[in-house]
Design a protein around this ligand. Structure first.
Ligand code: ZN
Length: 201
């Protein structure tokens, strides 16, 4: 497959480092801002290429943390998307998580045995304390005491809870700047870009 690199600065006029200066005005934590950017850019490229689905590298640890956090916050709509397969809907390309039932440890172990190179550094913006970090720690402790906990937790929620969540009836519109699907007049990416670059055209 062709390897495509998106240069945010070149293609959209700002980098994640630029966003940091405005994070207070954006009103979102940096991981959430990065998520908005990644989802937007990946969906845009996938639409341009006309592919069937976007495969992301989320693993079992990521899913267990996201699901726990969405359950805690009662964010049913977010929880609905935390499956291994999210079908394409209203301008969003389908998403698959082929590594979703494998732990980070299993994946790195396999890569090490097979001699597959991967990036070993963690994100410089990744938080070292706070709620998300505490959730990860608690889940790791449960896994240590009850091996297989994360796999049961994630598969039980995906199999038995998520199918019972009614999809949101929120009407999808098109962003007035970029034409991408959004529930508001301006999509989250263009709102962000407007704050950082001051112009979206
Ligand atoms: Zn937009």
């Amino acid at each position: 497959m062709e390897y495509i690199i998106c240069d945010l600065k070149k293609d959209y006029g700002f980098s994640l480092d630029d966003v940091i200066k405005y994070s207070r005005r954006v009103g979102r934590p940096i991981c959430s801002i990065c998520g908005v950017i990644k989802r937007y850019v990946m969906n845009k490229i996938a639409l341009d290429l006309g592919v069937d689905a976007i495969a992301t590298g989320h693993n079992l640890d990521d899913l267990a943390q996201f699901i726990f956090s969405a359950l805690f916050g009662g964010r049913a709509d977010e929880l609905r998307k935390l499956t291994l397969y999210t079908p394409s809907e209203s301008g969003f390309v389908a998403r698959i998580k082929p590594l979703g039932m494998l732990s980070g440890y299993e994946i790195t172990l396999y890569a090490d045995i097979e001699g597959i190179e991967y990036v070993k550094v963690t994100c410089p913006y990744a938080p070292t304390s706070g709620f998300r970090v505490a959730i990860a720690r608690v889940l790791d402790e449960l896994e240590k005491e009850h091996p297989g906990f994360k796999r049961y937790f994630v598969s039980n929620i995906i199999r038995n809870i998520i199918p019972r969540i009614t999809p949101s009836t929120e009407e999808m519109k098109r962003c007035k700047y970029c034409g991408m699907p959004t529930s508001t007049d301006v999509c989250a990416f263009c709102r962000l870009r407007k704050i950082v670059v001051g112009d979206v055209n």
